[in-house]
Design a protein around this ligand. Structure first.
Ligand code: HEM
Length: 400
């Protein structure tokens, strides 16, 4: 029987979204040469131990694939290990503390309000709200013109729509596929390079200027470091939050009794967001490289292996979550790991949570009736490394 997940076009690789649970939490795949990790305790173990599980995964990629990424690795926080990772992270962490982020609430509410002013009795959730809201917020923080967001969308869409199948065995295919993604990221990098150069000439009150002026151990960041760091912030700062906003509305729409609970009691909005992060984890996959032989989930994993951690599957592990395939906003505890954990824990988590809360409350305030269009169902981003609604047409009844 076709499930809703099938009709949404969910990727085969994301079998857990269909309610399937893997027999083995850690499994080597000889076809790709990669280790897949699906279990919660195993993902937890990996994320908590950066010494054994390094974020510098590029060293294990075949040379011709690695060279595709070379230009982007310098200053890319996500792929760095201690101590360099900590030095660089410290440079921007103050810009994303819960207190600093809380002060952004009025601006986020204003932006969300303006975006919703433009809709009538129907909207497309992603184009009308879930995409523009986070991209404008992160563009304003960085100090690049939010009006260029059409360009970012074009580049990032081209990157995500290219359904990369990770493999270490078919290097030609991997090279071909990553080349497409890299070409798009390259456009974003060049764009940011121009803005960074401008800030060097004329400093402003924005994050890009702070990066240009920042010093680590007494020396300035290189141009590549600045640009790649800004790139991570710009990309990580919007696509995942776009997914969170769209996914949350879909979760509520497809679970009417949960939706009714949230409408009746708005103090459940943060829990609805957390549960959506667990149920449809936007950043479905992170990777690590083993630095030594290690026991994991009953397997012996040798050194220098590439580990694919499916956070989205771990968040549905029945050993950790009761009824993992049920969207339940009243779960007594929800230690979901959609933002990762440990030293690489998502820097933007407070911002993403705030944007989610503001946007959902505003939708509920403005539209007493809001539901998906039965004649025009949702679709998902095809990339297995994301769980993200790509299109979600909604029918609305505005408040009289
Ligand atoms: C790291 C998810 C929103 C910036 C991460 C990681 C995950 C994640 C899983 C860990 C990667 C790893 O361990 O390898 C998400 C999700 C989001 C979100 C699900 C939205 C729902 C944001 C936002 C920003 C951001 C809004 C920026 C403003 C970052 C950065 C890192 C990161 C800079 C790297 C941190 C480090 O390596 O130390 N994110 N993210 N993220 N995220 Fe997010």
């Amino acid at each position: 029987m076709a499930t809703a997940a099938d009709t949404w076009g969910i990727n085969e690789a994301q079998f857990w979204l269909r309610g399937d649970h893997p027999e083995q939490p850690v499994k080597f795949d000889p076809a790709t040469g990669l280790w897949n990790v699906y279990g919660y305790p195993e993902a937890h173990q990996i994320l908590s131990d950066p010494k054994t599980f390094s974020s510098d995964t590029q060293r294990l990629l075949p040379e011709k694939v690695a060279k595709n990424f070379e230009a982007f690795s310098e200053g890319n926080l996500v792929n760095m290990d201690p101590p360099e990772h900590g030095h660089l992270r410290k440079l921007v962490s103050h810009a994303f503390t819960p207190k600093v982020v809380a002060d952004l609430e009025p601006r986020i509410a204003e932006l969300a309000g303006e975006l919703l002013d433009g809709v009538g009795d129907r909207m497309e959730m992603v184009t009308d709200l879930a995409y523009p809201l986070p991209v404008i917020v992160i563009a304003e923080l960085l100090g690049v013109p939010a009006s260029d967001r059409g360009l970012f969308r074009e580049w990032v869409d081209a990157m995500l729509n290219n359904n990369v199948q990770f493999t270490l065995t078919d290097t030609d295919e991997m090279e071909k596929q990553t080349a497409v993604a890299v070409e798009q990221v390259g456009k974003l990098t060049e764009y940011l390079r121009e803005h960074a150069a401008e800030r060097r000439r004329k400093p402003r009150e924005d994050l890009l200027t702070k990066l240009v002026e920042a010093e680590v151990e007494g020396s300035r960041l290189s141009e590549n470091q600045v640009v790649n760091f800004a790139n991570v912030l710009l990309i990580a700062g919007h696509i995942t939050t776009t997914a969170l906003l769209g996914n949350t509305v879909l979760c509520l729409d497809t679970n009417p009794e949960q939706y009714a609970k949230v409408r009746a009691d708005r103090s459940l909005v943060p829990a609805a967001i957390e549960e959506s992060l667990r149920y449809f984890s936007p950043f479905a996959l992170v990777s690590r490289a083993t630095t030594e032989e290690v026991e994991l989930g009953g397997q012996t994993v040798p050194a220098d292996q590439l580990m694919m951690l499916w956070l989205a599957a771990a968040n549905r592990d029945p050993r950790q979550f009761t009824d993992p395939d049920t969207y339940d906003v009243t779960r007594p505890a929800n230690p979901q790991i959609a933002f990762g954990r440990g030293i690489h824990f998502c820097l933007g988590a407070p911002l993403a949570r705030l944007e989610g809360r503001v946007a959902l409350n505003l939708l509920l305030d403005r539209f007493p009736h809001l539901r998906s269009d039965p004649d025009d169902g949702p679709t998902f981003v095809p990339s297995p490394s994301m769980t993200a609604v790509r299109r979600l047409p909604l029918l609305l009844t505005p408040r009289a």
